[in-house]
Design a protein around this ligand. Structure first.
Ligand code: PMV
Length: 336
């Protein structure tokens, strides 16, 4: 009898400093523009995939609870990709453990699909290199392609003229970031319940109806090389300024969609105002936000404890200090 094939992987969320917002191909998950992110050292997701040759269906457990509906369909469709590629038809049991609230704009799907891509490709013996793994993770959730890598990573949009855009769209780690850049990202957990509208639906609606979407896309394409230069120069002020502007622009696009999508709550706006005041008082702090009401604040690592305490006091919410984190890793596999 052949041994049970099983693998466990850990991955961390990443927060984009130049955002991905809008797909030009919803099936292959190809973005309209490239994006750039920082993988964090907090909130890991651990996922085990075990092939179950006798089972008629995949079974998925998220934090101990059987997944149903959209969550189950997304994971089964992802495993189908691997089954098609490898010719292994076995169903699988997927068990995933999150340490971050799901669906609150804290990048749980990025960590989740990065861990799943690594664990499942190992269990199905797909033998992918890092770029291949990133491409695969992208098919689960776009932003997941960046969580394959530690530190800063850039996801290439792939030119529409490319003969194989699926192959050309993957993330790569950045090796030319100035060693003196010493950032921290503080997550302010204003609200940890799942968002009412998925990022997929919000993106779709934005691309289809927001009159601001094209300008934001143009500014994002300009922000990418500017962000690369700021990172190589170790210029945190420039990094923060570009990141905050790009995130606020992204929210402006969705808030002008029909019907509008508004993830920012009064608590988010109050904190954004306060961050601006902190900056006017000379502190180096810049905000970014994803598909949810929570705010992440970029600052120099040395100032993070003080900044974090101030943000917690102003918002009355829990804050978590994150630093650049590691690449997705395999923690167990059978057979070895
Ligand atoms: O990967 P998705 O489909 O959950 O998209 C997330 C997009 C943002 O988090 C809002 C921005 C980004 O680049 O991560």
């Amino acid at each position: 009898m052949s041994p049970i094939r099983s693998a466990t992987a850990v991955a961390h969320p990443n927060i984009a400093l130049v955002k991905y917002w809008g797909k030009r191909d919803e099936d292959l998950i190809l973005p309209f523009a490239g994006s750039l992110s920082l993988t964090l050292d907090v909130f890991p997701t651990t996922t085990t995939v075990t092939l179950t040759p006798q089972a008629p269906n995949d079974s998925v457990f998220i934090d101990g609870t059987p997944a149903t509906g959209v969550a189950l369909r997304r994971i089964t469709a992802f495993l189908d990709l691997l089954r098609t590629r490898t010719g292994h038809q076995d169903r699988a049991r997927v068990e995933t453990h999150n340490t971050v609230p799901i669906g609150a704009g804290l990048a749980s799907s990025a960590a989740g699909f990065a861990a799943l891509a690594l664990a499942a490709s190992t269990a199905y013996d797909a033998r992918l290199d890092a770029a291949g793994l990133s491409r695969l993770a992208r098919r689960g959730s776009g932003s997941a392609c960046r969580s394959i890598f530690g530190g800063f990573a850039q996801w290439h949009a792939a030119s529409p003229d490319s003969p194989d855009p699926d192959h050309a769209s993957y993330a790569e780690p950045l090796h030319d970031v100035h060693p003196g850049l010493n950032p921290a990202l503080i997550a302010v957990l204003l609200q940890t319940t799942p968002k009412p509208i998925s990022s997929s639906e919000a993106m779709h609606r934005t691309v289809a109806t927001s009159p601001l979407y094209r300008s934001w896309l143009r500014s994002t394409r300009e922000a990418l090389p500017a962000m690369r230069t700021a990172l190589t120069n170790g210029d945190l002020e420039r990094v923060g300024t570009i990141a905050e502007r790009n995130a606020l622009g992204m929210h402006a696009t969705m808030e002008t969609a029909l019907p509008p999508v508004r993830y920012r709550t009064p608590a988010s706006l109050h904190l954004l105002d306060h961050i601006q005041v902190m900056r006017e008082n000379g502190q180096q702090v810049w905000a970014t936000m994803d598909a949810g009401p929570n705010i992440k604040v970029l600052c120099p690592a040395g100032q993070a404890p003080d900044v974090s305490a101030e943000l917690a006091a102003i918002s009355g919410s829990q804050t978590v200090i994150a630093r650049p984190g590691p690449a997705a890793t395999l923690t167990a596999r059978c057979p070895r």
